[in-house]
Each structure stands twice: as C-alpha cells, then as structure tokens.
Write a protein that binds this ligand. Structure first.
Ligand SMILES: [Zn+2]
Length: 123
C-alpha cells in the first residue's frame, strides 16, 4: 500500500540529508531518525511515534515510516512499495547481546560449580 504523503515527505527529508548520511542509507541501509509524530498530525493516534527515513532497495525510493511490531523484532515498511525491513534499535540489540553474555556466563559458572561439586563429593 503506497502512502503518498509519506513518500513525498521522505523525498523532501532525503533532499536535506548530508551526502554522508545519504551514502550510509543507500549503501548500508542505515535508518535515519527524523522526528516523533503524534495526534497533531495523525488522526486517532494517542501517542508519539518515531519516524525514520530509509532507502528502499526494492523499489529504489526513499521511504519514511515508523517501526511496527514488538521491540525485539520491529520492522519498517517501505511507504512506497511496502517492502519490510527488520528494524531493531541498537539499544535493544545491545540488551539482547548482554543477555546472551549473561546466559553464557551462567552456563560456564554452572559447569565450574558442578565440577567443584563432583570433586567435593569424591573427598
Ligand atoms: Zn520500496
């Protein structure tokens, strides 16, 4: 589903991007935070949502949208062709990595403890 308003806004926002950010977006799929929008612009909304500008490599258009879905697996939909891009915020990625480390550490500690236990048992 094409959202003409978002497509136009994306194009305007892209014109204001620095060449470096344009490069990052087109080459590496970087999502660029634009602003928060809420009820003042979107009828029926109760809160503010962050909008991002990104380059859609499927239809080769600039797209603007807000992330959909649960924090662990959010997606950005292209406002032009509706292609989906996974979008997990860095903060949450870091959280997931640190959880992973905690689990790995716990497993290691458990192994070591059980090793000590069997050693103690044999005494
Ligand atoms: Zn697209």
């Amino acid at each position: 589903m094409q959202n003409i308003q978002l497509v136009n806004e994306a194009r305007e926002a892209a014109q204001r991007l620095s060449p470096f950010k344009t490069f990052l977006a087109k080459r590496f799929g970087k999502k660029i935070y634009l602003c928060h929008e809420g009820p003042e612009k979107h009828e029926g909304w109760t809160g503010q949502l962050p909008f991002y500008l990104f380059w859609c490599s499927v239809c080769e258009h600039w797209a603007k949208n807000y992330p959909n879905g649960f924090p662990e697996r959010q997606r950005l939909h292209c406002s032009n062709c509706n292609a989906r891009y996974s979008f997990v915020q860095l903060r949450i990625q870091l959280q997931m990595v640190s959880e992973l480390f905690k689990v790995a550490y716990r497993i290691r500690t458990m192994k070591r403890d059980s090793g000590t236990d069997s050693g103690a048992g044999s005494v």
